[in-house]
Design a protein around this ligand. Structure first.
Ligand SMILES: Cc1cc2nc3c(=O)[nH]c(=O)nc-3n(C[C@H](O)[C@H](O)[C@H](O)COP(=O)(O)O)c2cc1C
Length: 545
């Protein structure tokens, strides 16, 4: 079997069908529930300061203007960056049990994604370049290793002086514990959400975050110490995902790889064990192996031009920080609230790389994912099926792949730059709900959608590793929609559970050319009043220095 066969085989095997869900245990083994918080026991820890917001900006300004004054890299700004991207956003309590929510969402709130920082001489962290693991519960950095000065120099020679790096990794078992074989998909969605969360917070601070897609998995693993058997004797391993470079100086063209990758030597701490028992899902190890990313030089790309969401108005000026920290998933939608056509168009516009700003300034302009929309309650639009063609060049193949009867009409008052088409009219609330594993939220909102990826083309263009990249793009679209929903005064929810081929049949899609990889819904939320909400961190804040 080729790696391509393994990836396509995994995807097929982990589809949910009306008559059969993807393989999992089928029950939750509470005794082996994984700890959502990784620690490196024995590593020296620095608690990050809780400072009053120093660099808030209006949410809209993240897309339209360069920062007036980017934050300089200090312990306070690094703390703010981590708090608003991978930090806790609240604790929830119900009948004596407590669980944490984070700024980055996660399928089942299982949080497989771990974050690392590689930074040089930040005051308060000590002199010299070091690799740290981020512990979100304590809001602390755990020091894993130091880099020799010449290693840092040669690694960062193409970047501005104030660069630091953010690494993401995944503990696949955290998701597999609940979801079995389909879990690898969810881990990748979560990486996309986390990547986008970092991108938005960087923009809030006036920083640029860039995905270094010229760094391969082996280098990510060796930089972050994931390949150190001695530090994981009892502990679940982490799989390398990606590295972002974060810096404040504006660059027209940015490097996409590291000029050198030093293998650090002396490490501190060993990983805690997250579960008493682990069930092996071989197919996850196989697909991960087949999706391995090697180091390759990617062409430099120019950051997309910032524009203003096609002139579509924002409902009200809102603080970026407030939106980022109030983001939540709706657990139920009211089946009544509608949104305005302008809000709908603006939400969709922000998912386009052409719109500029986060998260596309981090991921890059290449897109493979289009939106198949189920419109239920958008004022001034007929309910029915719609399609947002995120890359206009793909329209002919999408049209070819979908039902012949679709009309492909432009929608009323749609901005020229928004490639949105009406396909068919009619109430699709029931279909949307049924296809999303019978979840009411898919029919009770203003609209829901399936993310239709140019599946085979992407994998054949970039190789099997691009399977991961497709889910990252979907997760990033999801993060945009979560934040946009908050801006519009409604609420979103990511939907990983759907009957794959039923969705394809609804749009008339056959074969692997297009595949739906993630669903999303937005509408008026119904609060679960039985839950108590507590603040994420107990600390008082100090004024910024
Ligand atoms: C990839 C992904 C898939 C999800 N799938 C579903 C789903 O099928 N149904 C659902 O009700 N919530 C789903 N969620 C929402 C999560 O349960 C939610 O993000 C998590 O509980 C954390 O809560 P928060 O988003 O409010 O921080 C999904 C979230 C993500 C990121």
């Amino acid at each position: 079997l080729t790696d391509r066969d393994v990836v396509l085989g995994y995807h097929e095997a982990t589809k949910h069908h009306y008559h059969r869900y993807a393989r999992s245990l089928g029950y939750l083994d509470w005794d082996s529930q994984p700890d959502p918080f990784r620690r490196y026991v024995g590593a020296s820890e620095t608690r990050l300061p809780f400072v009053s917001p120093g660099n808030d900006r209006p949410y809209d300004a993240l897309f339209t203007e360069p920062a007036v004054e980017p934050a300089s890299l200090t312990l306070a700004s690094l703390s703010e960056f981590l708090e608003c991207s991978l930090g806790l956003s609240a604790w929830k309590e119900f009948q004596g049990s407590r669980w944490a929510l984070r700024c980055n969402p996660s399928s089942g709130n299982l949080h497989p994604t771990e974050g690392y920082v590689i930074a040089d001489s930040v005051e308060g962290l000590g002199d010299g370049a070091r690799v740290y693991h981020y512990a979100p519960k304590e809001h602390a950095l755990e020091r894993r290793t130091s880099l020799p000065p010449d290693a840092w120099e040669s690694m960062t020679q193409d970047f501005p002086d104030d660069v630091f790096f953010l690494g993401l990794t995944s503990v696949h078992w955290r998701e597999a514990w609940k979801y079995g074989e389909r879990a690898y998909r969810y881990c990748q969605h979560d990486v996309g959400h986390a990547l986008a969360a970092c991108s938005f917070t960087a923009a809030m601070l006036g920083w640029t975050a860039v995905h270094l897609d010229g760094v391969g998995d082996a280098d990510v693993a060796s930089l972050l110490g994931l390949n150190r058997d001695a530090d994981f004797t009892e502990a679940e391993r982490e799989a390398p995902d990606l590295i972002l470079a974060v810096f404040s100086t504006a660059l027209n063209t940015v490097p996409r790889s590291l000029s050198a990758v030093p293998p650090p030597e002396a490490w501190e701490g060993s990983a805690n064990r997250l579960s008493a028992e682990q069930v092996d899902w071989d197919i996850i190890d196989q697909v991960h192996h087949a999706c391995a990313k090697s180091t390759e030089d990617r062409a430099e790309w120019v950051s997309p031009i910032l524009n203003d969401a096609m002139g579509l108005p924002t409902p009200r000026p809102v603080s970026a920080r407030a939106i980022i920290q109030q983001r939540r998933s709706a657990v139920a939608l009211d089946g009544q609230t509608s949104i305005s056509r302008d809000d709908f168009y603006r939400m969709l516009a922000r998912t386009l790389p052409a719109c500029g700003g986060p998260p596309w300034s981090t991921i890059g302009p290449e897109t493979f994912v289009h939106l198949g929309l189920f419109v239920h309650r958008v004022d001034g639009l007929e309910p029915g099926l719609y399609c947002l063609v995120r890359d206009p060049a793909a329209q002919p193949s999408l049209r070819d792949a979908m039902q012949e009867a679709f009309t492909w009409d432009r929608t009323p008052a749609c901005p020229d730059g928004l490639p949105l088409y009406q396909l068919a009219t009619g109430d699709c609330t029931r279909d949307a709900m049924q296809m999303s594993c019978g979840q009411d939220i898919a029919g009770d909102g203003a609209f829901s959608l399936g993310m239709l990826a140019q599946f085979e083309t992407a994998i054949d263009t970039h190789g099997p590793w691009c399977y991961r990249r497709l889910f990252w793009e979907c997760g990033a679209i999801g993060q945009v929609l979560y934040l946009e929903a908050e801006v519009a005064g409604v609420r979103g929810t990511g939907i990983g559970c759907f009957f794959d081929d039923a969705v394809h049949a609804c749009f008339g899609i056959r074969g692997p050319a297009f595949q739906s990889l993630y669903h999303f819904t937005i509408g008026g939320p119904v609060e679960d009043t039985r839950l108590t909400t507590l603040p994420p961190y107990p600390h008082e804040r100090t004024s910024p220095p």
